[in-house]
Design a protein around this ligand. Structure first.
Ligand code: CDP
Ligand code: CDP
Length: 230
């Protein structure tokens, strides 16, 4: 169909958002946008420059000066900051532990949301994050709030770490719970299910099952809109 929609996928850490969003984007030939990577890029660079994650004025300035670009790559999205590929530096323990504080800074959020809205202007975007359906793209034609039990989310993340996890499962569980808490409790654009979002619990369900469900909802939304515009 010639009609293209925007799809917002929000939810807590390890819910499967980025994995599933990428599959949905491939199936619909849409563009996948990982907004978490943008907050991670600001965090990684702030830490590398010796800034503390609660230094709101300096990090706000950094976020406003930094040029962040998302590029489709061979194995997923690449993130450039001032032209430099920082993708490999985004998922460290340090970044995990500081990103929610950086993402709570209002000026940082305003800058990122501006960029994200511009990326979605032409439609045909699958965007995942925490505030996409509530704040960044309140008019997205399909909104999904994706979650899974805290235990399963921690176990999924633990599995990704392989033979040398560098952290115990219990500690990882605590780190994730702490990040979720900060994301839910922040003042500006907290993690929250939009009233018009579909709730999807992926506990015990496969990646393909979840992706297929969202693709089906997406196609159905496209059909509804096409019919209305005839
Ligand atoms: O992949 P994971 O779910 O662990 O995290 P992410 O999606 O990369 O997001 C990392 C952090 O960025 C989150 O914990 C939030 O603090 C922040 N974030 C946000 O505030 N708003 C978004 N739209 C996306 C991410
Ligand atoms: O982006 P988010 O933090 O929501 O989660 P993710 O990084 O997409 O998924 C976390 C891990 O869970 C990945 O290793 C996925 O392969 C896995 N996963 C799963 O086992 N079952 C699902 N239904 C979804 C994701």
């Amino acid at each position: 169909s010639s009609h293209r929609i925007n799809i917002a996928i929000d939810g807590p850490a390890g819910a499967g958002k980025s994995t599933v969003a990428r599959l949905v984007a491939n199936a619909l030939q849409y563009v996948y946008v990982d907004t978490g990577a943008m907050y991670r890029a600001v965090t990684a660079i702030a830490l590398e420059r010796g800034l503390s994650s609660d230094n709101a004025p300096e990090i706000g300035r950094l976020a406003n000066e930094l040029e962040i670009e998302l590029l489709p790559g061979e194995d997923g999205q690449r993130v450039l900051a001032d032209g430099e590929d920082v993708t490999g530096r985004l998922r460290s323990l340090e970044v995990n532990r500081n990103v929610s504080a950086v993402a709570a800074i209002e000026s940082v959020r305003r800058k990122m949301a501006d960029l994200q809205r511009r990326m979605a202007d032409a439609k045909g975007v699958v965007m995942d994050g925490r505030d996409i359906g509530t704040h960044v793209l309140p008019n997205a034609e399909l909104k999904v709030f994706l979650t899974a039990s805290p235990r399963e989310r921690a176990e999924r993340r633990y599995k990704e770490l392989g033979d040398n996890p560098g952290i115990t499962l219990d500690q990882l569980k605590l780190d994730i719970a702490e990040r979720d808490r900060k994301d839910q409790e922040r003042e500006f654009a907290p993690l929250l299910q939009a009233p018009d979002a579909r709730y999807l619990d992926s506990t015990g369900r496969s990646i393909d099952e979840i992706a297929d469900q969202i693709v089906e909802w997406g196609r159905s939304a496209v059909r509804t809109i096409s019919a209305r515009e005839k």
